[in-house]
Design a protein around this ligand. Structure first.
Ligand code: AMP
Ligand code: MG
Length: 217
């Protein structure tokens, strides 16, 4: 028997509700939460069923890889191979709106669905206080694509998440409005660093951080 689906719980911001959200995630649920850019849709990045549920909720094409949120460089190093460029960039911009694409470690515990075809992982330590508190309470890596259906405008408020995804997810942690924008994405997985998406952090700031002979392509 399937239980009737009640839709997402709206959780006002409070320490108790961070713990409630972390429990839902531990049980394989989907929780939207504010980051410094947009509301992201969190799922346990090591739980295949949870990540599949996320792709279904967003109607996201299965081959489009997900960014994974981590607490810091130390945690990132358990999932990906971090060279000198990664250490410099993460050192300068984490926690913040910079996503680094690096080669996946052989022992990486993230589930395959995060990037089904590739040998890389996209990692970011988010700047938003609520996102970081949720990561600490959950104590593991979380996916966080924007909390909308694929192709819909990215949500900046809990209400916008509810309107778009309410029936398809388990909870929304309401932390007010996000500033908007996206993370900047730098691919460090092959040869010279490559700027894949210019977001909140400018190309110039990335270039100033990298040594001259490693400038962006
Ligand atoms: P979104 O979370 O929807 O804003 O999208 C994240 C972006 O990062 C998408 O354009 C993905 O294709 C890209 N992305 C995520 N992981 C990887 C990866 N391992 N390699 C290349 N691009 C990635
Ligand atoms: Mg997007």
């Amino acid at each position: 028997m399937t239980k009737p689906f009640a839709g997402a719980q709206l959780l006002p911001m409070a320490e108790d509700n961070i713990a409630v959200a972390a429990d839902i995630l531990r049980n394989g649920g989907l929780v939207a939460f504010p980051t410094e850019t947009l509301y992201g849709l969190g799922a346990d990045a090591c739980n295949e069923a949870a990540v599949e549920k996320l792709f279904a909720a967003k109607a996201r094409p299965a081959e489009k890889p997900l960014i994974v949120l981590v607490q810091d460089l130390g945690e990132a190093g358990r999932y990906g191979l971090l060279g000198e460029d990664a250490q410099l960039l993460a050192g300068a911009f984490w926690p913040g709106a910079l996503t680094l694409i690096v080669n996946r470690r052989q022992s990486c515990p993230l589930c395959r669905e995060v990037n089904p075809r590739g040998a890389t992982v996209a990692l970011r330590a988010p700047g938003g206080d609520i996102a970081m508190r949720l990561l600490r309470a959950f104590a593991g890596p979380l996916t966080a694509p924007s909390a909308n259906r694929s192709g819909a405008p990215p949500p900046r408020t809990a209400e916008a998440v509810m309107d778009g995804l309410g029936p398809a997810i388990d909870a929304v942690l309401d932390g007010g409005s996000c500033a908007g924008g996206e993370s900047t994405i730098v691919d460090l997985s092959a040869g010279r660093p490559r700027l894949l998406r210019q977001g909140a952090i400018s190309r110039r700031r990335i270039e100033e951080t990298l040594p001259a002979h490693r400038s962006l392509v």
